[in-house]
Ligand binder design. Structure first.
Ligand code: CA
Length: 668
């Protein structure tokens, strides 16, 4: 049946009926496109010549426009391209190494020249990314770049992720940082808040996270790079040029080399501090539909459509890309490899990952692993709408068992600990709502099969979906939805901030002691808020910026987070690497759950440092009592303090009281 459709499509094409094809046939037509897997696509500068190659199998003509300027003026030359039908590639070669010049492509389709595009493989661009630039990338390497080393990652359960936006982190005057809102902000050491507390990269070192996860930092569409003195803000989930850093984060977006060099300097500074860099990547959709670089390069091919020809929209942003098509799959794989090699990026967080197919994600993980086995790949195991891609092929949370080296966010733990994301006032386990204990346990065992976890009681998932704890990222808050402080204020209206801070500590104590990879959102360690705004993607700095004055005010909160991270690093039992280990070494203790709601009590064994560790999580307002075997126990966490080295005084076994809204961790 398939072959007949291809034949019909090819026949219709040859008769010039392409525009009348139905979407289904339209789709089939793409399967007949030749795939070009060479790595010299679009631009290559050789000795004495500059070569352009554009993959566009259905164009009737193609040309390159050459410019002196990255934004204004007419082309100084337009060069026609010739077609290599077997590869689907248009080619032009001009004399000279055109460093310092800019170019765009244009293709002709159905007798009409489409708008200019920098192509899909531009690696440097002029301001606002409309024209690709020709520079020698070697000149952008910071000093010592060849010796730059990514932090070693043995297991992904050792990774501690800190999600941040460049502007949030540094733009407030209280940051004491010079390069506010720029890549370079994270290269500045010795910066302090007005009260003398460290900010920026020093703050990250002090906190102890192993990786920063930077919100989209490829070139996105929404911020006008030519008018940066005008107040502008965006998260950046509107991709324009996938292989170029965003210009507004550079000190000079008009100079194509600056953003590249400055992003590398940021990576190098973080690597020198022992911190890895994870990039948030959004290959799932483009900012524009017909005006996207994908569409202007190979119309129809890179996006999915419904049968009636409309763009399908699993991203909720107007379109979705088609990773199941070979050239698109290659694009994603080669793009992350490019970031890993050229920018030494240590991990990739895939936005709406389930828009991609599992085969593509497996190729991504496999080929990155060949560069460095410590490169971490994880994503959102869901879509934001329906997709023509069959459910069984989607890189869904539920399909993560088909993706050995890919991790997914656990919405189970997230919603169970603090209350459902979609209902601001809903409470969770840590804020006194009973009945969510089993779902929290799903998070604690990193969604692996465990003899004591009854998945039929799970609020979000009804079966163990992870094969390994290295496939699950646990969190209670991120850039999306109400951040933790705001969620606690809305769901605990009667409480004081000091009670809410206890709830935040308990919530994070659950995240940082659970199996899997812990993940936190920037600024929560100093109890920052976003003034109750849940979707602050284009809100001003007054909503999004971190106020570093809070660090002095909430220093005990910071110390708790810092202690949790330290404790996790020092305790192997919180970082088990296989599902078998978890099933064997994590045992839930009996409690009377009808009389003791919001109480979880478990024992960990197999840690080289301790014979056993006992973790008690009490989300109730009142203190609750648990039975502890007799003997002397070292206290690692009690009430609202963490003791990574153990508290000076030991406690005795027997009946032990755990204060309301707190975690107790003891070991012997
Ligand atoms: Ca941009």
């Amino acid at each position: 049946m398939k072959i007949n459709k291809i034949m019909a499509a090819t026949l219709a094409l040859s008769l010039g009926f392409a525009q009348t094809l139905t979407a289904e046939r339209y789709d089939v037509q793409f399967e007949s496109y030749p795939v070009y897997s060479g790595t010299d696509l679009e631009l290559m500068v050789g000795k004495g010549y500059t070569q352009f190659k554009l993959w566009s199998p259905a164009a009737s003509a193609a040309r390159v426009n050459l410019y002196d300027d990255g934004r204004v003026g007419k082309p100084y030359e337009t060069v026609p391209m010739t077609f290599d039908k077997s590869a689907g590639v248009w080619k032009a070669q001009v004399k000279g190494e055109l460093y310092g010049k800019f170019y765009t492509f244009q293709i002709e389709k159905d007798g009409r020249w489409l708008d200019e595009t920098p192509g899909v493989w531009a690696k440097t661009v002029g301001v606002n990314g409309k024209r690709a630039a020709i520079i020698d990338l070697k000149t952008t390497d910071p000093e010592g770049w060849n010796y730059d080393k990514r932090p070693e990652v043995k297991n992904f359960s050792d990774v501690i992720v800190y999600e941040m936006h460049h502007r949030d982190m540094s733009v407030d005057p209280s940051s004491g940082i010079v390069n506010k809102g720029k890549f370079l902000a994270l290269t500045e050491t010795g910066t302090v808040s007005p009260q003398g507390f460290s900010t920026g990269i020093d703050h990250l070192k002090e906190l102890g996270v192993t990786h920063v996860h930077i919100l989209p930092s490829y070139d996105y569409n929404s911020v006008d790079e030519a008018n940066l003195d005008r107040p502008q803000y965006n998260w950046g989930y509107d991709p324009q040029n996938y292989n170029v850093p965003e210009g507004s984060y550079s000190t000079n977006p008009a100079d194509p080399a600056t953003r590249v060099r400055e992003m590398k300097e940021m990576v190098k500074a973080l690597h020198n501090a022992g911190i890895g860099v994870i990039m948030d990547v959004v290959y799932n959709h483009t900012a524009e539909n017909d005006g996207s670089n994908f569409e202007l390069t190979a119309p129809g091919y890179y996006h999915r459509h419904w049968d009636d020809g409309r763009y399908s929209d699993a991203s909720g942003c107007g379109n979705e890309t088609a990773s199941e098509r070979k050239q698109m799959q290659d694009f994603i794989v080669n793009s992350v490899k490019y970031w890993a090699k050229e920018y030494h990026i240590d991990g990739f967080r895939f936005d709406l990952m389930a828009i991609h197919d599992t085969e593509t994600m497996n190729r991504v993980a496999k080929e990155l692993k060949e560069i460095d086995p410590g490169i971490f790949v994880y994503g959102e195991g869901w879509t934001a709408g329906d997709s023509p891609l069959p459910v069984e092929r989607r890189a869904l949370k539920e399909n993560v068992s088909k993706m050995q080296n890919v991790a997914v966010f656990s919405d189970d733990l997230r919603d169970a600990v603090k209350g459902h994301y979609s209902d601001a006032t809903d409470r969770g386990f840590a804020t006194g709502k009973p009945g969510l204990e089993e779902t929290v346990k799903i998070g604690i065992v990193a969604a692996t099969a465990h003899p004591q976890v009854d998945y039929s009681k799970g609020a979000n998932s009804r079966k163990p979906y992870a094969v390994s704890p290295q496939q699950v990222v646990n969190y209670v808050s991120c850039h999306d939805d109400l951040m933790l402080t705001d969620k606690l204020r809305k769901s605990m209206p009667e409480a004081t901030d000091s009670i809410r801070m206890r709830a935040a500590r308990l919530a994070q104590a659950i995240v940082f002691t659970s199996q899997g990879t812990p993940f936190m959102f920037a600024g929560e360690e100093i109890f920052r808020d976003k003034k109750g705004i849940h979707n602050s993607y284009k809100s001003p700095d007054s909503i999004n910026a971190i106020d570093w004055n809070l660090k002095a005010r909430n220093i005990d909160q910071f110390k708790y987070y810092q202690g949790l991270i330290d404790l996790r690093k020092k305790t192997d039992a919180f970082r088990m690497t296989t599902a078998e280990d978890i099933a064997k070494n994590l045992r839930f203790e009996k409690i009377d759950d009808t009389r003791q709601p919001n109480l979880i009590y478990y024992t960990l064994t197999g840690d080289p440092k301790w014979k056993e560790i006992r973790v008690v999580l009490n989300g109730a307002n009142n203190s609750q009592t648990v039975k502890v075997p007799s003997g002397n126990w070292t206290v690692l966490a009690y009430d609202d303090v963490i003791y990574p080295e153990g508290a000076p005084e030991k406690i005795k076994g027997g009946k032990v009281s755990v204060p309301g809204i707190s975690a107790m961790i003891i070991a012997r």
